[in-house]
Design a binder for this molecule. Sequence first.
Ligand code: SF4
Length: 382
Amino acid sequence: MSSNEIEIEETPWATGAPRHSLTVSVLAAAAEHTDCSFSNLALAGRVNLEQLFGGTRYEPDTGADPLAIKRGRLFEEILKRDDYAELLNLLYEQDAVMSAFGADVRIARLRDIPAPAGRSGLEVRAEATRLELGKIARKAWDAPTLIDGAVIRARIGGGIAYFEADGLAAASNGALHIIEAKSFPLIDGRCDPVKLGAACAQAGLYAALVRAQLVEDHLPPETVSDTGFIVLPKNTRLGRAVLLRQNLGFHTRRAERLLSLAHLDEAVVKRIEGRSFPVAGVGATERIDTLSHLMDQAGTHYCPECLEHCAAAKLCRERAYNAGRLAILGDRAAREVSGIETFERVLELTAGADPLDHERESARELVRARRLYRRVLKGAGS
Ligand code: SF4
């Protein structure tokens, strides 16, 4: 999969900061924490957080594995061989809904359209994608079964970005199903659930991008089905593929929320006025100080899942730990004492401090737990 971005308007808080391309995986990761203002600011300014944290003790562990990239490319090639023969066979093996693909397969080969390199080329393919999507939504006789080389244009953080999709499948009954190809294997019917979740998040993002395009063109967004397909190798060898049918509804809605952040919360922008992400080349200590101050101003929303998706996670985890925030225990634990934010406050309320209105219910449970604990200790001692 590839993706490109161009022409994002300048965001004052990101001037001089290292930047990255807005890839689908960057957007999919950001969709995991749309409630974090700092992360939204970084996304809107295309700030490369990996680079900013590089060389500091908060450097993220993640990085693209070149072997995995090679494997991914090889698997894509296998799928595309003989006009997507393997993929189309898998689609036909699906249930009655999918057999609506019909006998006449039409592949829209948008990569074959002569177009200049760079932005203009992407614009040409984005325009061609719009036309093909329109045919699907209108159930035209010449609607494609599969769009190869689709490019979707989207407004992100005040600028235009172009995303290139693996492939978009369309049933002849007018429903469009997103297909995402990944090279991690399915063995004995099982695969890595974290990787599968990430693949669904990316597919959901494509679904949201296509729906936004349809809305812009006054076409029904429901054309994009919540049912998507993740294509995986059937075992560690790449020769055979398998299609996993997935409900993308949750991921699509979350991605739609992310795309709606194109207009950043004005209050956040006001709060950080005069502050900005560190510029490239600044020393490690100064970089971390600047990022910390910006986090204070913008606001963050740390949870343990951040460690899987955000390059700032190690710093945020340390900040949450130092501030004694319950968030480091994760959502489930924090829900047990809802309305209370810090360990310190838990101890105060357990000891009988007066709760605020929003803390009352949790405080009652904490006091009850303390009594129970004491009774157990007393029983053990007698
Ligand atoms: S790690 Fe920090 S900056 Fe990143 S999403 Fe989580 S709270 Fe926000």
